[in-house]
Design a protein around this ligand. Structure first.
Ligand SMILES: Cc1ncc(COP(=O)(O)O)c(C=O)c1O
Length: 291
């Protein structure tokens, strides 16, 4: 029930890259499941198995108004037979406030809207609501999420031995899974989607089961979470047109891909490098400008 076919690893044959002697692949985790896509599937998989094994039939989790994690947890609950509860940051919101919340609600998720202040006390909220629920943290990052991402990395090695594996970074759980999963000389690079305060790298280090080097690039956040520029939108449109409609979105994967292309052009990657960019999904959040 929880074992899905491997997602494809596709070579990007982009004329823009042809002169750089680099092979860029994309791990199409956006295709792994129709509704629980990308890193969300990887992060949820072993949690869903654990919840079933421990006899839970309800999941409880947390998120903001546009959270892909809320969206995916609601979808997973519907598909795999769990009741779901989402505690949402912002007591001014309703299930009709946006497409993410509407979708979660339509999947049967009970949405509980709390003030931003209360949301900061998630441990207390967990105790208040959580006893008979299997609790997933905000963003879905925990040890079992990291194990799920490790599995995605293993799938890559079944096809090639890459020099670099790149991922977009929010909480850093996905990157931690990649860092702990890479072998040999493969280097993991994360592209932050948020404008950090210099703390993100340390937070990711704490998520790692053991010490390991990795790179966190914080140059391509485009002024912060969910912020965009015309340049970013034009880049995504151009990428999609040149690459047979492989879609990206503007919050995570578009920024990562922009960063990878920019670094390729700057000569950051040695000639003949094999780079894998992980498509972490989230396409339901594509902005109107991309449609
Ligand atoms: C589409 C997408 N890509 C990447 C990320 C970043 O994942 P993480 O929070 O594990 O860093 C997220 C997080 O929500 C996401 O929704």
């Amino acid at each position: 029930m929880f074992q899905l076919p491997h997602s494809p690893l596709t070579l990007i044959k982009d004329a823009v890259l042809a002169s750089y002697n680099i092979k860029l692949y994309i791990k199409r985790d956006d295709l792994i499941h129709p509704t629980v896509t990308g890193n969300k599937w990887r992060k949820l998989k072993f949690n869903l198995i654990e919840a079933k094994e421990k006899g839970f039939d309800q999941l409880l989790t947390f998120g903001g108004a546009y959270s892909n994690h809320i969206y995916a947890t609601a979808a997973a609950g519907k598909e795999f037979g769990f009741k779901t509860v989402g505690i949402i940051r912002g007591d001014e919101l309703t299930p009709d406030s946006n497409d993410t919340l509407r979708y979660a609600h339509d999947c049967g998720m009970e949405l509980i809207f709390v003030t931003r202040l209360d949301y900061n006390f998630r441990n207390r909220l967990t105790r208040q609501y959580g006893e008979k629920f299997y609790v997933l943290p905000e963003g879905g990052t925990n040890d079992l999420a990291i194990k799920g991402v490790n599995e995605m990395v293993d799938e890559i090695y079944e096809v090639i031995d890459p020099d670099f594996i790149c991922s977009a970074v929010g909480t850093g759980g996905t990157l931690a899974g990649i860092v702990s999963g890479v072998r040999g000389t493969t280097k993991a690079i994360g592209f932050a989607s948020l404008k950090g305060k210099g703390l993100l790298k340390g937070q990711i280090e704490k998520l790692l089961p053991f010490e390991k080097e990795f790179e966190l690039n914080e140059q391509y956040h485009f002024d912060g979470y969910a912020k965009t520029t015309p340049e970013l939108i034009e880049f995504i449109k151009g990428f999609e047109e040149r690459n047979n409609g492989i879609q990206l979105e503007q919050v995570y994967t578009g920024k990562m891909m922009f960063g990878i292309y920019d670094l390729i052009k700057q000569g950051y990657f040695p000639e003949n490098s094999n780079i894998v960019a992980v498509h972490t999904g989230g396409l339901q959040g594509r902005s109107e400008e991309l449609k």
